[in-house]
Design a protein. Structure first.
Length: 275
């Protein structure tokens, strides 16, 4: 089961998140038939997205993270919402990301989406995410995310994230920094203790409450939504494509699914809309 624990620690001055995303990553590997290297990279981004989605306030909130290598050889994109539905895809990246940029789009459903971009300074998702928070949101954040995939199966995935809240004392800054030293090899700690074990073992005397959610790999696409895309083409254009190609095929990268609509189905959409 995927888990996201959120708590306040150190006199309520530091936000703590602990994640176990092993099943989420396994589902992504199966959905996209990923190699071990691609599975680990996408898995780390999915874990990061699960954390950020868990911080959304509005029921309509959504977040996406996109990374592109500088040489154009690799792209990965993940997205999630307030319900903990996390999905993503990766193209290339067999040998990691070589330079490039990370772009984060956060929409809490109230105002214009916030867009932040930072240059990739490392092949580590954790390091790049810390840089993003520092540069784009001006929030000091420590991130330790890890994923281990062997022979097409996720053995462990998850992470620990600590974020300083406004007014954090120097003493509690030091406590948070010292605590994060325990998670330099976060995969090994997760394998040994699990997410609940990390919360209890390292922060049991410090947190005041925990908030638990259950993120999952789930795409929000549907044939109904795809129908809307077809309608947006307009009747003449949609019917032209359907008749020339024999059907309209829309591929969803997130769930690796082809939604196919025959020419007769497309024609029926517009006939029904006119009645």
């Amino acid at each position: 089961m995927n888990l996201l624990y959120k708590a306040l620690v150190y006199d309520n001055q530091v936000s703590l998140s602990v994640l176990d995303t092993k099943m989420l990553v396994d589902d992504a590997i199966k959905t996209h038939n990923l190699s071990d290297n691609a599975g680990e990279l996408l898995g780390e981004l999915l874990t990061a997205c699960a954390y950020m989605a868990g911080c959304l306030k509005s029921d309509r909130g959504a977040v996406s993270i996109t990374v592109k290598s500088g040489d154009g050889s690799a792209t990965a994109s993940v997205s999630g919402d307030k319900d903990g539905h996390i999905r993503g895809y990766i193209d290339g990246a067999e040998h990691g990301l070589k330079g490039g940029f990370m772009t984060v789009v956060k929409d809490d459903g109230f105002f214009r989406p916030f867009v932040g971009t930072c240059e990739l300074k490392s092949q580590s998702v954790s390091e790049n995410l810390m840089q993003y928070f520092h540069m784009s949101e001006q929030i000091e954040t420590a991130v330790a995310i890890g994923v281990k995939v062997r022979d097409g199966k996720c053995l462990v995935a998850g992470g620990v994230v600590m974020q300083l809240l406004p007014g954090t004392s120097e003493e509690n800054m030091d406590r948070a920094e010292n605590a994060m030293q325990n998670f330099v090899d976060v995969c090994s700690v997760l394998e040994e203790k699990g997410a609940q074990g990390i919360v209890d073992g390292y922060f049991g005397e410090d947190y005041v409450r925990t908030y638990l959610t259950f993120p999952e790999y789930k795409c929000n696409c549907s044939r109904k939504k795809i129908e809307g895309i077809i309608f947006s083409l307009g009747k003449d254009e949609a019917l032209k494509i359907a008749k020339e190609e024999g059907s309209i095929k829309v591929h969803c990268h997130y769930c690796n699914t082809d939604h196919v609509f025959s020419a007769d189905e497309v024609e029926a959409f517009f006939v029904n809309s006119d009645t």
